[in-house]
Ligand binder design. Structure first.
Ligand code: DC
Length: 226
């Protein structure tokens, strides 16, 4: 019999560990949708930035959130108030502002509500920081990807084709993000007690995808994937 949470795979972990690549591919293999929750925090940051809201002004922020919609297309593009912002949210400025806004309870409540609604209606691979611990505690399949900060910095550095940010700066920024993500009061980053923790430091993305797919293969065998 199908239970609540059987339709959800969660993948959490720190910045730069490769969650998005892995989650997208696992979703494809299972025939599930991929829910990139980081993109939702980024979309809210873009909205706050365009509306020139000071993150410390709680009343203004709540008012702006009450007039905001964040949705995904089946291809995984993110829409802010009906506008495709998939590219606009990938700037350094928005990365930094999203990290700041992710500490605020009103922002988290707003996005967690949308995330849970999506999880009620669809088979999803949900990736982020608090998927297994807070948003979908009943998910049957939970993974936590980790890697040393040096390894994550190197992966990010190699991804940056322009090579205009020194490796040491990339590493410093990741350390800052790690501190913010793990020390915040609201749903900090940590593995759920029932998550499978995978140290990816010495693994390729293909190895990680295979490890997750192997553990979730009863979903595909069960035949309820789309
Ligand atoms: O994964 P990302 O870099 O796109 O996420 C953007 C920011 O949102 C990052 O600072 C962490 C935060 N975030 C969060 O707090 N909770 C999530 N479930 C997903 C992202």
């Amino acid at each position: 019999m199908r239970r609540d949470g059987d339709n959800i795979v969660t993948i959490d972990g720190p910045s730069g560990v490769g969650k998005s690549t892995v989650a997208r591919r696992v979703a494809e293999l299972l025939g599930f949708s991929c829910l990139d929750t980081g993109a939702m925090y980024r979309a809210v940051a873009l909205k706050a930035s365009e509306a020139e809201v000071d993150p410390r002004d709680s009343a203004s922020l709540s008012r702006v959130l009450s007039q905001t919609t964040v949705e995904f297309s089946p291809e995984g593009h993110v829409f802010l108030d009906g506008r495709d912002v998939s590219k606009l949210i990938r700037t350094e400025k928005i990365s930094s502002l999203s990290s700041e806004l992710a500490e605020l309870a009103e922002v988290r409540e707003f996005l967690v509500g949308i995330q849970r609604k999506i999880g009620e209606g669809e088979n999803i691979v949900a990736e982020g920081r608090d998927m297994g611990t807070y948003v979908f505690p009943g998910a049957k399949y939970k993974f936590y990807l980790d890697a040393t900060v040096a390894e994550r910095a190197e992966r990010r550095f190699l991804q940056n084709k322009r090579g205009d940010i020194p490796l040491s700066d990339v590493e410093d920024e990741l350390r800052r993000r790690d501190r913010r993500d793990t020390l915040r009061a609201e749903n900090p980053l940590r593995p759920a007690p029932d998550a499978v923790v995978i140290d990816t430091t010495q693994m390729s993305a293909e190895d990680v995808i295979a490890a997750i797919f192997f553990r979730t293969k009863d979903i595909s065998l069960r035949g309820d994937s789309k």
